[in-house]
Design a binder for this molecule. Sequence first.
Ligand code: GLY
Length: 359
Amino acid sequence: MIRVTVEVTPRPYDVVIGHGARRELAHEVARVAPGAKMAVVVSQRSVEESGWLDQIDPGIEHHVVLIGEGEDDKSLSTVELLCRRFVELGISRHDLVIAVGGGMVSDVAGFAAATYHRGIGYLTVATTLLAQIDAAVGGKTAVNLPEGKNLVGAFWQPLAVLCDTEVLSTLPPAEWACGRGEMAKYAFLGPDTPSAEILSLGIDEQVARCVAIKADIVADDEREQGRRMILNYGHTLAHALEAIGLEHRAQGNEDRVAGLRHGEAVAIGVIFAALLSRQMGRIDDDRVELHREVVRRFELDTEIPPGLDATDLVVAMERDKKAHHDLTFVLDGPRGVEPVLGVDRDDVLATLVEMGAHR
Ligand code: GLY
């Protein structure tokens, strides 16, 4: 197994990566929470149906609670239901939550753990590539409000994260594409010249490389006061595409934007960010081409889905302002990738039109 330590204070924790890492759960529980007598395993029907849940053994008394799978289930009502179930089961401040699933499960179960009894310990067994290389690591937990995604949450670091790469063998192609989009993002965040060289490694090493980049950034800026924002490279456009996709799905429109997965949207967002950087004179044509080459090597789309309106996209971006009141992007430049505040709306519109959006 590969271990990557996330050096947060006061309690650093390990991400354990490898084929069969889920079988380390009892050992990790005994190591990080020796006083725990009981655990609630929070998961979803799809994980149960895949058979992986049967093999989850925390080594102490445990009870499985399933949450819904839809974006609507990522809500305060689900957190309330979970916490009420914790009370019924008699979960104490020294007991544990164990999230088994993708990013939605660790977000919701992690937030319930962050707030139940003012905070109890949790571990995550991450079952998707996206969760293993991003969502489960770094302690961001959150649920949605009707007004937007991830608007209520907490920074609450897990006690340990298990990334079982064997579980990825049953991952559907769409979930792989989703994880690959986030992996492509990391190519631009490390100290080396961006490349898709990571794809030549085995899957354990691919996951470990991404986790190590994220661990370094999180240790430096746990609460996203600055540097951690670079983990959102490609995300401003991605969130706008996802918001419009959600609207299309609600209208019964099954077009390309409606079917875009998070990581796929991030990949398009990375290309958009490169073009916007060039529009602002921060990088040159070669650097934009490098972005395209890298993203294509991950077999991901680099184009905005057809038929979208540039102004609608900007409006969606302006609505997604968690940290700042103006248009903020993470952009490449002479010092590498960094947050850039107060980007001119006209530059954003021009770049969207360059990518084929309607003016
Ligand atoms: N997914 C971005 C972060 O954890 O900061």
